[in-house]
Ligand binder design. Sequence first.
Ligand code: SF4
Ligand code: SF4
Length: 174
Amino acid sequence: MNNDVEQKEVDVVTSARKFVTLMLEKAVEVCEQCGKCPASCPISRHIGSFNPRQMIAKASLGRIEELLKSEVIWTCTSCLKCGERCPLNLSPYDVILILRNVAIRAGYDHPIGYDEFINTVIEKGVPQQPQSVRTRTGERRDRASLGLSPATSPRDIEKFSETLRNIIKGRELV
Ligand code: SF4
Ligand code: SF4
């Protein structure tokens, strides 16, 4: 790793600490570690190392880098059950989203599918083209046959792509 890359990583992690601390001030100070979030999390049920309560605890202890390097932040399914069940209206999911955002900016490993997903949205304006579905009787149905209007995409795809690229490039951490 060259010096520029190392410096960038240090800068981003420093910014991440500030950002996560700011954004999560409420969560890390208020979380009572009651355990309701892992109890309701479908992933925690199947993967012992995935625990939203523990992620909040690590964030509160400043162990941000450890979280950024960890695979667990990419394992969440975004089901939002943790936030729904939290008696204090905290959202471990928001913590995970922030950590993912920061991990990508710092250049840590992340699932390749995320890059493909973002590139598809930038280039085509939609995450994927509508798919036909198979009914219980084995019949294939598309949007029109289900009475749905045609799927739309940006009218000016070039302008859309350029704007999105600029937004992604211009977003800064605090
Ligand atoms: S449910 Fe809420 S209070 Fe309980 S451990 Fe999870 S985040 Fe903390
Ligand atoms: S949003 Fe993520 S952390 Fe929260 S319950 Fe669902 S899978 Fe678990």
